[in-house]
Design a binder for this molecule. Structure first.
Ligand SMILES: Cc1cc2nc3c(=O)[nH]c(=O)nc-3n(C[C@H](O)[C@H](O)[C@H](O)COP(=O)(O)O)c2cc1C
Length: 380
């Protein structure tokens, strides 16, 4: 379990950073900086010993310190981090020095972090305005993430949408439930030990699927709402995608994100989701999720399709006509997205239209569940 670090390990980390910059500095520096620090009413005595090549932190009191610093631990951190000017620190009484203060020349004057080469991956014009710079996708991947795969309602509503897209371009459908994606363990080896490669690289199917999507211009993420979010198999897939970014942080659109390791500036995505409840608000958690994901992956969401009451609509004689209109609109949506990088408002309105929602509908739905339970019919 991780606990907050206490002053001595923090000082050790600081000395490690100083060591990185140390060879650039005055090699004549040899001596001892003694600290008498106070933190939470406790006294901390420690000293940094410098011997031309190394800096070492010791606890306790040194025999002949070159310079002695007396202050609170926080004031010392402010001084070392450049937030507290040493002269002002002395004048205000926050810091007390004794001995040869010129010895501080061993402290590097430049940034302790040194220079890091961060790969460039700026915001693209396509990301900012995908429909304006839309190019007809050559290849589309549909990642169908219902744990019930081809037998689910997600697949039922997806079919006409895919048909529509197929009239315009090549579409491949991948049922995620047929693949094995191990959950991310948070080990960071994909960033630190084997950059870009998860430790499960050859042990499951993530890599193969991620490559497929990278090469496609458009990916459709299709899934049912599970417990107000997406099914675990899809979330596992997204968690593992962290291996495809660098750990560095860069500016994005109004917030910070990681640069991508593999760049295809034509990638875009469509969110396609269905749920059992009646109200569109049930999709809000995943809408927010995909907005964030889209930004962090530098990949615009060009279309969103949400269908409530997915189960209630199916096989119900009283909603049969509406269902057919919805399926027809889904096919149109498929064509529209490929042609223009967006779905017409009218089409979306038909797809997401309200079909039930009155109190008496609840009675009918609850009767339906009871009938299913007593008839041993597994088709739900
Ligand atoms: C574990 C589980 C959790 C669900 N949670 C929700 C939910 O939070 N909100 C909702 O509207 N529907 C929920 N549903 C209903 C599904 O979204 C709905 O049955 C959908 O049609 C299932 O799609 P599928 O047949 O492709 O699996 C849930 C279903 C399951 C199995």
């Amino acid at each position: 379990m991780k606990e907050p670090l206490s002053p001595i390990p923090i000082m050790e980390k600081m000395v490690e950073k100083l060591m990185l910059a140390y060879p650039d500095h005055d090699r004549k520096a040899e001596g001892i900086i003694q600290f008498h620090l106070k933190h939470n009413n406790k006294k901390i005595d420690c000293f940094i010993q410098s011997d031309f090549e190394n800096l070492v932190l010791n606890e306790g009191i040194a025999d002949n310190p070159t310079v002695t610093i007396k202050s609170t631990f926080y004031n010392w951190l402010d001084l070392a981090g450049g937030k507290l000017n040493p002269i002002l620190g002395v004048i205000s009484g926050k810091l007390k020095f004794k001995g040869d203060t010129s010895f501080f020349k061993i402290l590097p004057r430049k940034s302790l972090n040194g220079e890091v080469l961060v790969p460039e991956d700026p915001v693209t014009r396509f990301e900012k305005n995908p429909s304006k710079y839309w190019k007809k996708p050559q290849k589309v991947i549909v990642l169908s993430a219902s744990p019930r795969g081809q037998n689910g309602y997600t697949n039922f509503y997806l079919k006409p949408f895919i048909e529509g897209m197929r009239k315009k371009t090549e579409v491949e459908i991948v049922h995620l439930n047929k693949y094995q994606i191990k959950p991310c363990t948070g080990c960071f080896s994909c960033w630190m030990n084997t950059p870009g490669e998860c430790m499960f690289h050859d042990k499951d199917d993530f890599h193969v699927l991620a490559e497929k999507m990278f090469e496609a211009d458009l990916t459709v993420y299709a899934f049912p709402i599970y417990a107000d979010g997406m099914p675990g198999i899809l979330k596992n897939f997204f968690d593992r995608s962290v291996s495809r970014a660098y750990p560095y942080m860069i500016e994005g659109m109004k917030r910070v994100r990681h640069p991508r390791r593999y760049i295809n500036n034509n990638n875009s995505m469509v969110v396609f989701s269905i749920c059992g409840f009646f109200e569109m608000i049930n999709f809000e958690p995943v809408r927010t999720y995909f907005k964030a994901l889209s930004h962090n992956r530098h990949t615009p969401v060009v279309g969103e399709i949400y269908r409530t009451t997915a189960v209630g609509l199916y096989g119900n004689p009283f909603t049969y006509k509406k269902l057919n209109n919805i399926l027809y609109a889904l096919e149109n949506a498929g064509e529209e997205i490929i042609d223009s990088g967006k779905i017409k408002r009218k089409t979306k309105r038909i797809i997401s239209q309200k079909v039930v929602g009155k109190k008496q509908d609840l009675v009918k739905i609850n009767e339906w569940w009871n009938e299913k339970k007593s008839s041993q019919d597994n088709n739900y």
